[in-house]
Design a protein around this ligand. Structure first.
Ligand code: ATP
Length: 230
């Protein structure tokens, strides 16, 4: 069956126990699309991303990833599906006692692959994000921009179809933000579907000058397409 959307949400609502945070959200992310996700702090952007990569099951509604309903998947299917989605977490989530190169290789180990077989690939990835010289550094030794680039390399090591990034340019300077944006644009040009949660309207404007990016906004529990003024 042809895939209509890589990520499809159908009337999704979520509550953490109190009032509803997200209400009746429907969305289809087409293959190769480039989207931003904005909204006030606490609006539910991280929650929304977690639903999109099946880390969180919403309290109502259906989530289909690559055409398959998450509710019908067993643990193995969920693990396999999640390998097709690379995630750049807001806090990067490194293992601080392991060098950068091993942190980037971790998804290979988790998937039962031998990272040594993939060394060339890792080396190429390190070069792509400009971190070859920092391969043996420990995560606490990295600058904010280096951390974000290492997190991006780890997110793409399994050659995912989709990349979800949660504030990938938070707390880094503008020049480095543009560099990270450039990497995400390159991934999109390779055909990857991209969804980036950000508060940074300048970043969105910079992206729109290069790709046909659409902007989604979560506000008052709803998800809407933002106006063309952004
Ligand atoms: N596991 C959880 N249990 C209970 N409440 C939670 C949980 N995770 C998030 N929340 C609450 O849900 C709301 C939305 O959080 P979320 O992190 O999704 O928002 P956000 O839009 O990403 O915020 P920010 O822009 O500040 O990162 C917040 O009020 C948060 O405290």
């Amino acid at each position: 069956m042809a895939e209509r959307g890589v990520i499809e949400l159908d009337n999704v609502s979520h509550s953490y126990g109190g009032g509803e945070l997200l209400s009746n959200i429907s969305l289809t992310l087409a293959p190769g699309a480039f989207h931003f996700l904005t909204g006030p702090s606490g609006a539910g952007k991280t929650t929304f991303l977690k639903i999109c990569y099946a880390e969180l099951v919403p309290t109502a509604g259906a989530v289909r990833l690559f055409g398959a309903d998450v509710r019908g998947m067993d643990r193995d299917q969920i693990a396999r599906t999640r390998r097709r989605i690379g995630v750049v977490h807001q806090d990067c989530r490194f293992l601080d006692h392991l060098p950068v190169i091993d942190n980037i290789a971790l998804p290979l180990l988790t998937a039962g692959q031998d990272p040594d077989d993939e060394r060339n690939n890792i080396d190429e990835l390190l070069g792509w994000v400009g971190l070859r010289a920092r391969a043996d550094a420990l995560p606490p030794e990295l600058s904010g921009g280096e951390r974000q680039r290492a997190a991006l390399a780890r997110a793409v090591i399994m050659a995912p179809d989709v990349i979800l990034a949660d504030e990938p340019t938070g707390n880094i300077d503008w020049e480095m933000s543009l560099r990270i944006l450039q990497l995400l644009v390159e991934l999109n040009r390779m055909g990857k579907t991209i969804l980036i949660a950000t508060h940074d309207l300048n970043l969105i404007r910079a992206a729109k000058a290069q790709v046909a990016a659409r902007v989604l906004r979560i506000k008052d529990r709803q998800l809407n397409l933002a106006g063309a003024d952004l």
